[in-house]
Design a protein around this ligand. Structure first.
Ligand code: CP
Ligand code: NVA
Length: 306
């Protein structure tokens, strides 16, 4: 049976931990000079992008190379998913050539449809609803720095977007307390919050960033305007005023709190440059851990011999 990573809904805590443990193992071995190019030798990953990317594209492509396979970049103009041909036909064609598909899409239903019709594993490289690969890297980063996940408080400041939704899904499985401070109308998905609460998760939805930041172990933020929402950028800039992670907000969190951001950042909006470069910031560790966490995902889903 092929396994996909579209969301964490059908992933158990044990399976998420397997990725984190393998990701850390691969990271440590790589640092010690051990090569892993036997793991996916001869395997190929198609990377389908409807939106721009730095980290996702580079970390998946480099990751496949380091595991001995190769990755094909298919940009927005190459495939025109759902325009030139149907998502179903793209999934069926790609499945005849490659061993796995990673897709960054607008509507979440597009990556769901790819997974439904592809006969090879499909990995969600970001949809309007979710960003699970980012959150695996984030969990690896928090675990490395704090030596645990369960019982920590992660406070998200800003838009209840794809990154926030995936953080909620993962936090529910890994027993992290999740808080968000967001303006009215920008809450995370009500369905995802309800499903997380049904698993027993502690999710707080607040308006006041200061209340959210109080004694937090992790202060997390992301852009106010996600890809695809550019027409709303100005109105969002007004609505989110005050939802900035700066050194004052950081001073309310625990002294060793981590400052996190999935990047790209808009300095002076959701985060100040000073907070992003403070000693608490782990934003470039998160970016690096995309590589290690995703190599673990690829090894596990594409059937590599570790
Ligand atoms: N964090 C992240 O997914 O970055 P990119 O959009 O550059 O891939
Ligand atoms: N929420 C952002 C994340 C970018 C990695 C977006 O969707 O644009």
């Amino acid at each position: 049976m092929k396994r996909d990573l579209v969301s964490f809904v059908d992933w158990s805590a044990e399976e998420i931990w397997e990725v984190l443990e393998l990701g850390l193992h691969l990271k440590r071995e790589q640092r010690a000079g051990i090569r892993h190019d036997h793991i996916l030798r001869g395997k190929t990953l198609a990377m389908v992008f409807q939106k721009p990317s730095l980290r996702t594209r580079v970390s998946f492509e480099v990751g496949m190379w380091q595991l001995g396979g190769c990755a094909l970049y298919l940009g927005p103009e190459d495939i025109k998913l759902g325009q030139r041909e149907t998502v179903e036909d793209v999934a069926l064609n790609l499945s005849r050539y490659v061993d796995g598909i990673m897709a960054r899409v607008f509507g979440h239903e597009i990556v769901e449809e790819l997974a439904r019709f592809a006969t090879v594993p499909v990995v969600n490289g970001l949809s309007d609803l979710l960003h699970p690969c980012q959150v695996l890297a984030d969990m690896l980063t928090i675990w490395e720095k704090k030596r645990r996940l369960s019982g920590l408080t992660l406070s998200f400041i800003g838009d209840g977007n794809n990154v926030a939704n995936s953080l909620i899904e993962a936090s529910a499985k890994l027993r992290i307390h999740f808080r968000i401070a967001c303006p009215e109308g920008h809450e995370p998905s009500a369905r995802i919050v309800a499903e997380a609460r049904a698993l027993g998760a502690e999710i707080e939805i607040l308006r006041d960033p200061k209340q959210a930041a109080q004694d937090a172990d992790v202060l997390y933020t992301d852009v106010w305007t996600s890809m695809g929402q550019e027409a709303e950028a100005e109105i969002r800039r007004q609505k989110f005023r005050g939802y900035t992670v700066d050194l004052d907000l950081l001073s309310l969190a625990k002294p060793e709190a981590l400052v996190m951001h999935c990047l790209p950042a808009h300095y002076g909006e959701e985060i100040t440059y000073e907070a992003a470069r403070s000693k608490n910031s782990v934003i470039f560790d998160q970016a690096e851990n995309r590589l290690h966490a995703q190599k673990a995902v690829l090894a596990l889903l594409l059937g590599g011999k570790v």
